[in-house]
Design a protein around this ligand. Structure first.
Ligand code: GLU
Ligand code: ZN
Length: 298
């Protein structure tokens, strides 16, 4: 039995179908799944398919089949962001009406010529804060950020704060090409799906203060956050499609699962041979506090 069964707990796994699952994304799925199950809560799957140019045909289905082959069981229907434009539009409209979002007509080049580097790319210098600088027909939409730092306590990474105005700047909610920004979609969906606890990779720690601020602006509750260690390869690079991380093999699911648990600080004992045995051991031994905070080499 979990120490504190919490039927209100709602976690999620939110892969982007830009390729197949690799050791890094599998590890994130395992951590968020075990935490939800051990807490006696729900675990939802959301497909973050809002950037067709970066997506790989068939990847969304392949990710779901792989999750099934590993024995993950999600609650409810899989949610596809590509079918939820109306929700993002409504959130942007609300932010515009509140005077929190404004149109920006700057080009990347205009920004790069004047801006400094922040924690995640250029810090937008606020050129269009008091009105668009030119009359380009299709603006991007940005969110005004506060002067005061935005901080929170991460269950694994400890206290994390950013001064959004100097570390990030007013950030994009909708791009000039019409695509929704990840930051807006993820906050709207976590809110709409009633997510209470976000467990995901530490590469997204840098995004969390922006998401907390957006939650404040939209009047949404703040979920708890837990950022699992980043998986790096022997060269110290984060595992990703860009660094050519190999796809995990569903036919070796038990072994892949043992690998993921080991990286999460939970090496199963020798006797766990089958997938079922590994899951059973994991469910009765999972303790989030035992997961290492720092980067883990795969
Ligand atoms: N779709 C994002 C990714 O695959 C994860 C989003 C999230 O967990 O907030 O990196
Ligand atoms: Zn601008």
């Amino acid at each position: 039995m979990p120490p504190h069964p919490d039927p209100e707990y709602r976690g999620r796994f939110a892969p982007s179908p830009t390729g197949l699952l690799h050791a890094g994304s599998l590890t994130t799925a395992v951590g968020s799944y075990l935490e939800a199950r051990v807490r006696g809560g729900q675990w939802l799957v959301r497909m973050e398919d809002l950037d067709p140019p970066r997506e790989v045909q068939g990847a969304a289905d392949a990710i779901l089949r792989t999750l099934e082959a590993f024995g993950f069981e999600w609650d409810g229907e899989v949610v596809y962001q590509s079918r939820r434009h109306g929700l993002y539009r409504a959130a942007l409209d609300a932010l515009r009406q509140a005077g929190l979002a404004y149109p920006c007509t700057c080009t990347r080049r205009e920004i790069a010529a004047k801006a400094r580097r922040g924690v995640d790319g250029w810090v937008y210098p606020g050129f269009c804060r008091s009105g668009p600088r030119n009359d380009r027909p299709q603006p991007a939409w940005r969110l005004r950020v506060p002067e005061d730092p935005v901080g929170f306590d991460d269950r694994l990474q400890g206290h994390h704060a950013q001064a959004l105005s100097t570390d990030v700047g007013d950030f994009v909610l909708q791009r000039a090409d019409g695509f929704w920004a990840y930051q807006l979609a993820v906050v709207v969906d976590d809110g709409e799906q009633g997510i209470t606890d976000v467990v995901r990779g530490a590469d997204l720690l840098v995004s969390t203060p922006r998401q907390r601020w957006l939650q404040t602006c939209l009047g949404l509750p703040h979920p708890g956050y837990c950022h699992l260690p980043v998986m790096v390869n022997a060269a110290g690079e984060k595992l990703s499609k860009q660094t050519l991380a190999p796809a995990i093999r569903p036919e070796a699911a038990a072994r892949e699962l043992v690998g993921a648990l080991t990286r999460l600080g939970h090496p199963p004992p020798q006797g766990c041979g089958t997938l079922e045995e590994v899951w059973q051991w994991a469910r009765s031994n999972w303790c989030l506090e035992r997961v290492p905070a720092g980067p883990v080499m795969v």
